[in-house]
Design a protein around this ligand. Structure first.
Ligand code: GCB
Length: 606
């Protein structure tokens, strides 16, 4: 409950501009929205000249009316006026979209870019409230409407919004966003990653109009351990007693509810004749929440996911996760994916490979990607960018990671397709890291006990040459995820089938990565690095190894498609791309794609 109080203070304590003010309400897709996507003017500002005066004092704190502050969108009024910028004369860039792939000179840019667009807006109801919602901005956004600071948001892959009811005009609003994507030690992710640091307003920008009291959030999923009981809550924006109705028309189901003084109604009810959601039959029901002010609909699937010893059970039946890992890039366009059509390309390839599961690496992907997976019957692993060398001993960093996790759980907790929350990827063991991850796991279970928790861990070879997992986190998770690159970063591909593994956790095991780099169209024998034949051979050998791992319940090879990475600089082979994709950045399938497709078909036919 207290999290809502904090949340409401953040959202509605609007008089004071607070840093990191981030209201978040669920189900943007079904609300009354107006898109602010399109062409925005931009100014590249590596010295933050539009933010600080020459004594490095932020205009924000001293002198917010200064025409020199870019968020004031000033223009010279007469021929004597000195104003050293002009948004309207500045170039334009597409929102949503990263800046790196849109402008050659911005390909490697890390720093500040200012965005501006103007808009008119007529509310459809006089007393309605309006919020400005960003799907994601990488990495820090400072947002100003008509010269007033709305707030600040840190974190490149999660949504945030600001109430703008009081600042909004019907004509000539100007919205200015300062975006900064500098990497720094205390950020999540930190300075060191193996993906492109795409900057910008990378996801949709929308105005969301809601009634004075609105449905802020809800959780409507099967109760843990049951296949016919729904448990959850509806939370209103205001702390007050109201009557609500929850309907599922297709099931002729209707339930009256009443919120408590905190604006929350909790419930548990029986649903007969439910068709459960599964990859084979991704059934979604329309669910409607009606208050005295609005009806908010959603499309919700019902399924259970649990573990039993070293099996994963979906709706009570054992399941093998025929997966693939995915970065949020449109590999052929070469930039951050931002449209449902981008996700559809990736999902269509994954289905062609006979996948039923995707690991969304290494950060929360776009909300429409999750909704598409719900409709297409693709199970998902969702992850936060607690990656490699995060500053684990820093409490502020923990808070950032927890915030990103909370926000993605809040956003996607009604999606049947999401079955695993992953806490981290390849993080080095230490006291600080262990307690950081334990806290994240506890937090996840408190927010959502209906899904499984995992993490992509690392293994160690013991004195007998056996790969073991003595990471204490392997005891905390529901599914033991691990990355391994035998035959690529170490070892010989010939030896892969003989590698020994020992698991004593009594849990399902998921190989969250393996792989090899290959340049599409580059051929040679199976021992020549970077050829399709080497990659294919490594896949065939790894498949043989996996066939001898009874605990294995799934695998997500690294990775569906080649992706950009500034770490990958081998000329003529990498040229700034990580080549471990099964599909090239021209969309060509490499030989290993078919090796995986064939094995998955065998599994399906068993
Ligand atoms: C890993 C990382 C992944 C890298 C990959 C690689 O273990 O989890 O982010 O891209 O290896 O290609 O080395």
């Amino acid at each position: 409950m207290y999290k809502y109080v904090i949340f409401l203070v953040l959202i509605f304590g609007f008089g004071n501009v607070s840093e990191a003010q981030t209201g978040l309400f669920t189900n943007i897709a079904n609300r009354h929205t107006t898109s602010l996507n399109g062409k925005w003017n931009y100014i590249i500002d590596p010295y933050e000249f539009g933010y600080y005066d020459y004594r490095l004092k932020a205009y924000d704190t001293n002198n917010s009316g200064s025409p020199a502050a870019y968020y004031n969108n000033s223009k010279a009024q007469n021929k004597m006026d000195l104003v050293e910028y002009n948004f309207d004369e500045s170039p334009v860039i597409q929102v949503p979209g990263d800046w790196n792939s849109q402008e050659e000179k911005l390909l490697y840019y890390e720093g500040t870019l200012w965005y501006k667009r103007s808009f008119d807006y007529q509310k459809s109801g006089e007393n309605n409230r309006v919020f400005l919602h960003f799907g994601a901005v990488n990495y820090i956004a400072e947002v100003y409407l008509n010269g007033q600071k709305l707030g600040y948001h840190e974190g490149g892959f999660t949504p945030f919004s600001f109430e703008i009811t009081a600042n909004l005009k019907s004509k000539d609003n100007y919205l200015v966003v300062k975006v900064n994507n500098n990497r720094f030690k205390e950020a999540v992710p930190t300075v060191n990653t193996d993906w492109w640091n795409y900057g910008g307003i990378t996801r949709d920008v929308q105005l969301v109009e809601v009634p004075p009291v609105f449905v802020l959030d809800y959780f409507i999923q099967l109760k843990k351990g049951t296949r016919d009981k729904v448990k959850g809550f509806v939370q209103l924006s205001e702390s007050r007693i109201e009557q609500l109705k929850l309907n599922i028309p297709e099931l002729n189901f209707s339930q009256q509810l009443q919120t408590g003084p905190d604006g929350k109604a909790s419930f548990e009810f029986q649903l007969d004749d439910l068709s459960l959601w599964s990859p084979e039959s991704p059934k979604l029901y329309e669910v409607a929440i009606t208050t005295g002010y609005e009806t908010l609909k959603d499309q919700i699937g019902f399924r259970t996911v649990e573990t039993n010893g070293n099996r994963i059970l979906l709706n009570g039946s054992p399941l093998f996760l025929r997966g693939i890992s995915l970065h949020e890039e449109n590999t052929m366009r070469g930039g951050r994916a931002y449209a449902e059509a981008d996700a559809l390309i990736a999902f269509t390839w994954a289905k062609e490979m006979n996948c039923n599961f995707i690991r969304l690496a290494h950060y929360p992907h776009n909300e429409h990607t999750i909704r598409l997976a719900d409709r297409m019957g693709i199970l998902l692993w969702e992850e936060i960018p607690v990656y490699w060398t995060i500053d684990f001993s820093n409490e502020a960093v923990y808070q950032k990671a927890q915030k990103q996790l909370s926000d993605v759980i809040t956003r996607d907790k009604n999606r049947a397709c999401t079955i695993i929350w992953s806490m981290a990827n390849e993080t080095p063991q230490s006291e600080a890291r262990n307690s950081f991850l334990k806290k994240l796991i506890e937090h996840t279970r408190r927010m959502d006990d209906t899904r499984l928790v995992s993490a992509a861990l690392e293994h160690r070879v013991n004195s007998e040459g056996v790969n073991i997992f003595d990471d204490p986190i392997s005891r905390e998770v529901d599914i033991l995820g691990f990355n391994q690159y035998t035959g690529w970063y170490g070892g010989h591909p010939d030896d892969i089938p003989n590698v020994k593994w020992f698991f004593d956790q009594g849990k399902p095991v998921l190989m969250s990565e393996f792989g090899a780099g290959a340049l599409a169209g580059h051929h040679g024998d199976k021992y020549t690095r970077w050829t399709e034949e080497y990659q294919e051979y490594l896949y065939e050998q790894t498949i043989l190894m996996m066939k001898g791992m009874p605990e294995l319940c799934g695998v997500t090879p690294w990775i569906l498609a080649d992706f950009r990475s500034p770490r990958r600089n081998l000329p003529k082979i990498q040229d700034g791309w990580n080549r471990k994709g099964l599909i090239s950045n021209s969309g060509d399938k490499k030989k290993a794609f078919f090796a995986m497709q064939k094995w998955y078909k065998e599994i399906m036919e068993q």
